[in-house]
Design a binder for this molecule. Structure first.
Ligand code: IPM
Ligand code: MG
Length: 381
C-alpha cells in the first residue's frame, strides 16, 4: 500500500518524537512492502517564527492533500507567559482541527503492567482500567464567539452545540461501546448547562436504538473524582470539547507516564494522529523525551489505514521495550535510555532483529545499542 503522510513536527520535543514515529513507519514499510511518503509542514511556535502565522496556508493545503497527518507537539513558554500575545502556537492546532473537520478526538487509556508501579494510584484502584475517551473537538466553548468589552473589564466565551454536532460523535461512540464492553458514560454538567441538557437528550434518544449499550450519565465534577476513585468502571467516555480536554489529561496519568498516550482525531476529511503530551520545552534537544506516545499514535494511524497486523506489531514492540526496561527517563528514572535508543529498539523489534527468545536477549539488546552508536545517536553508552 502507498500512503502520503503529512508530518507536523511542531515545537519543543515534537521533532524528536516524530522522528521516531517516522522510523517506525519505515520499519513497517520495510517489513510489509508498503511505501510511505512524507511531507514536512510548519505549525505552532516554529511557524510563527518563520512565517508570522501559527498555521500557514500551505500546511492546510498539504494536510488536505495527504492520507493522514502525524503531529508532534505544539506550544512554547514564550507565548504562555504573555497574556497579550496576538498570535499563539495553539491557534494553529485549533484552526487545523477546524480546517480538517476533526470533530472526534479518540484517546484510549491503557494500562501497561510493567509500568503500573509508576501510577499515582494504588494497585487496587487500577484493576480493570481500560477505557477510551471520545472527546468532541471542533465545537463548544473552544470555538464559540469570544469577546472582551471595550473597557477591557468583561470577557465572554460562548458555548454552543447543535444536535448534528452531537450526533456525529455520539453515533461512533455508541458503535465503539458495542465493539468493547457495551458501556457508555456521557460526561456533562446537565444540572447547570443548557448545552449539556441537549447532549443528554440526544444521547438518551440514541440509547433507545442501542439497547445493547448501557448508558450512564455523569456530571463532570463527579467524573473527575471517579477517574481517580474507580477508573475501572469506565468503558467509553463521551464528552464535549472542554470537559474532554480536562478529563483526558487527568486520565492520562493513570498509566504511569503521560508520555505513553496516543490519540487519533478523525472527521470527514483527513485524520490526524498525535501523542497527548505537550511540547515539554525543558527537554527540547536533550534526546530524553518518551517517543512511545507518538509511536502508539502511528499504530492508531496504521489501524485507520486498515493495516491491523502492522498496528499490532507496533504495539507489541512497544510492550517489549517496556517489559525489557528499554524506556526513557520518565519511566526509567535511574537508567533511562535516549529517545533514539527507544525508537531504534522498537524498530528492530518490529523487523525481528531483536527476537522474542529471551535466551540471548541481553546480547541482542546490546546489539541494538551498538547499532545506535554506529549511527552516532547514542548519548548513554
Ligand atoms: C489538547 C491540548 C489542546 C486542547 C491545546 C494545546 C489547545 O490541550 O489537545 O488536549 O486544549 O485541545
Ligand atoms: Mg489538553
Amino acid at each position: 500500500m502507498k500512503k502520503n503522510i503529512t508530518i507536523i513536527a511542531g515545537d519543543g520535543i515534537g521533532p524528536e518524537v516524530t522522528r521516531q514515529g517516522i522510523a517506525v513507519l519505515e520499519a513497517i514499510a520495510k517489513k510489509y512492502g508498503h511505501t510511505f511518503q512524507y511531507k514536512h509542514c510548519l505549525m505552532g511556535g516554529v511557524a510563527i517564527e518563520e512565517t508570522g502565522s501559527p498555521l500557514p496556508e500551505e500546511t492546510i493545503t498539504a494536510c488536505l492533500a495527504g492520507d493522514a497527518v502525524l503531529l508532534g507537539a505544539i506550544g512554547h513558554p514564550k507565548y504562555d507567559n504573555d497574556p497579550g500575545a496576538k498570535v499563539r502556537p495553539e491557534q494553529g492546532l485549533l484552526q487545523l482541527r477546524k480546517a480538517l473537520e476533526l470533530f472526534i478526538n479518540i484517546r484510549p487509556v491503557t494500562m501497561y503492567p510493567s509500568i503500573a508501579h509508576l501510577s499515582p494510584l494504588k494497585d487496587s484502584r487500577l484493576k480493570d482500567v481500560d477505557f477510551i475517551i471520545y472527546r468532541e473537538l471542533t465545537g463548544g466553548i473552544y470555538f464559540g464567539k469570544k469577546e472582551t468589552s471595550a473597557d477591557g473589564n468583561t470577557a465572554t466565551d460562548e458555548c454552543a452545540y447543535s444536535v448534528n454536532e452531537i450526533l456525529r460523535i455520539a453515533r461512533p461512540a455508541f458503535a465503539e461501546a458495542q465493539k468493547r464492553r457495551g458501556k457508555l458514560t456521557l460526561v456533562d454538567k446537565a444540572n447547570v448547562l443548557e448545552t449539556s441538557r441537549l447532549w443528554r437528550k440526544v444521547v438518551r434518544e440514541l440509547s433507545i436504538i442501542h439497547p445493547d449499550v448501557v448508558v450512564d450519565y455523569m456530571y463532570v465534577d463527579n467524573a473527575a473524582m471517579q477517574v481517580i476513585l474507580n477508573p475501572g468502571q469506565f468503558d467509553v467516555i463521551l464528552t464535549e470539547n472542554m470537559f474532554g480536554d480536562i478529563i483526558s489529561d487527568e486520565a492520562s496519568v493513570l498509566c504511569g507516564s503521560l508520555g505513553m498516550l496516543p490519540s487519533a482525531s478523525i472527521g470527514s476529511k483527513v485524520p490526524m494522529f498525535e501523542p497527548i503530551h505537550g511540547s515539554y520545552p525543558q527537554a527540547t534537544g536533550k534526546n530524553i523525551a518518551n517517543p512511545m506516545g507518538t509511536i502508539l499514535s502511528v499504530a492508531m494511524m496504521l489501524q485507520y489505514f486498515g493495516m491491523h497486523e502492522e498496528a499490532n506489531d507496533v504495539k507489541q514492540a512497544v510492550q517489549a521495550a517496556l517489559e525489557h526496561g528499554v524506556t526513557t527517563q520518565d519511566i526509567n528514572t535511574t537508567n533511562g535510555y535516549t529517545t533514539t535508543q527507544v525508537g531504534a529498539f522498537i524498530c528492530e523489534r518490529i523487523l525481528d532483529a531483536v527476537t522474542q527468545e529471551a535466551d540471548n536477549y541481553e546480547e541482542q539488546v546490546q546489539n541494538t545499542y551498538t547499532y545506535n552508536i554506529d549511527l552516532g545517536q547514542s548519548t548513554i553508552i
